[in-house]
Design a protein around this ligand. Structure first.
Ligand code: SAH
Length: 381
């Protein structure tokens, strides 16, 4: 196991890696202890699954642009602020993505393209977002701009592609709002297909700029395999993949069940999920764009039967509408995947008070150097 203590010179200013400078072994110990504190009261917590090489794992890299003394800078917001810490190389980000960001920053300078100023609302270029398909090698560059007008666009794209032929698609995203959201609603594909693909557990996934996709594919494969294993599927089940994103869990499980119902709020993700089903020749899945709680409540009201519910909510966890509908639908098993054991513990409290028993919990280190923990817990009725 990787146990060097690599130090990041920007760690203190950036604040993104709360466990920076702590040996990897110690990081895992801390996460194990935290998971046991939170989830241990409900069931046995197995030892955390760490990474062989816990660096440069992030396949999605975001840089905010700013200027300082006439120079363009790119980097990360200092935690809890809008002050930009210049960062050229990050220990947890994909290295190629970091190189591309530096090139873009230099090109903005040499093309004299104006960087957006949050205080005055003037200027053009706001953020750069890069997504890398770690198995496909495909790379998407998203240029987030305050206006659709892109001076010297063709030249800029030509030079960028010359310097980085590995870029497979370039998207212009328009964000003209005074907002802390990175991406706006409108997009224009400037080069390539406008999305990348990547392979997880033998299935190919299409990922667009705004869809959720796990940022650490190495650990995601292990996590999904565990989640599907815990469901003890026999081929006869009707399963729900709630908070399904681009359909990853449901599509990977689809070979081992009768039917999959995926539910996701983000329209782009649902569109990707449907295309992913077709691209993988999976015909036993249906995806719905809806609030997971509302949708499940309706399923329960219609008296539908479900054998297993996979749920993978955002950091804020699930809600009572969703959890109460799970209780009403009464699947034999619930496989709960969480990126926040605190909200998971709260939701386990509800489920275990309403007829479910937590069986085992398995933490995964999806976010080395940061304090975040991913956990999958299996519950049975
Ligand atoms: N299971 C997927 C995505 C998990 S992330 C994967 O592993 O890739 C959580 C997802 O929940 C996001 O795609 C987000 O858009 C979606 N989401 C957030 N709130 C939701 C809600 N109320 N109903 C349905 N989906 C929701």
């Amino acid at each position: 196991m990787e146990n060097r203590q690599i130090k990041c010179p920007k760690a203190r200013q950036c604040g993104g890696c709360q466990l920076q400078g702590i040996s990897y072994e110690e990081q895992l110990e801390q996460k194990q202890k935290k998971t046991e504190e939170l989830i241990g009261p409900y069931c046995r917590v197995f030892p955390i699954c760490g990474m062989e090489d816990p660096y440069h794992y992030r396949n999605k890299v975001h840089a905010v642009l700013d200027h300082k003394k006439g120079k363009v800078i790119s980097g990360i917001y200092a935690e809890g602020s809008h002050r930009v810490v210049p960062v050229d190389a990050c220990l947890i980000e994909d290295e190629k993505a970091d190189e591309i960001i530096v090139t873009i920053r230099e090109l903005l300078q040499s093309f004299k393209l104006p960087v957006y100023d949050e205080d005055t609302g003037r200027g053009l270029f706001r953020h750069i977002l890069i997504r890398v398909g770690k198995t496909s090698g495909q790379i998407m560059v998203v240029l987030v701009m305050a206006s659709p007008i892109f001076p010297s666009k063709n030249n800029f794209i030509r030079v960028l592609r010359q310097k980085h032929p590995e870029i497979t698609t370039i998207v212009q995203n328009i964000n003209d709002q005074d907002t802390s959201m990175v991406l706006g609603e409108r997009e224009k594909v400037l080069y390539g297909k406008g999305y990348i693909t990547d392979t997880l557990c033998g299935k190919v996934f299409r990922i667009s700029s705004r869809s959720f996709y796990q940022i650490n594919p190495v650990q995601t494969e292990k996590l999904y395999q565990k989640a599907i294993h815990l469901a003890s599927l026999t081929g006869k089940e009707r399963i729900v993949d709630a908070y399904c994103g681009i359909g990853t869990i449901g599509l990977i499980a689809s070979d081992r069940v009768k039917q999959v119902i995926g539910i996701e709020l983000n329209e782009d993700a649902v569109r990707d999920a449907m295309k992913n089903a077709r691209a993988n020749n999976v015909s036993n899945v249906e995806f719905y764009c809806d609030d997971a709680g509302d949708f499940m409540r309706e399923m329960a009201a219609n008296g539908e039967k479900v054998d297993v519910v996979f749920m993978d909510p955002p950091r804020s966890g699930s809600d009572e509408i969703f959890l109460s509908s799970v209780v009403q639908l009464a699947p034999k098993r619930v496989v709960y995947i969480s990126c926040n054991p605190e909200t998971m513990a709260r939701d386990l409290e509800y489920l275990t008070d309403h007829g479910y028993r937590a069986i085992t919990a398995w933490p995964f280190d999806m976010f080395p150097s940061t304090a975040h923990i991913e956990v999958v817990t299996c519950l049975s009725r």
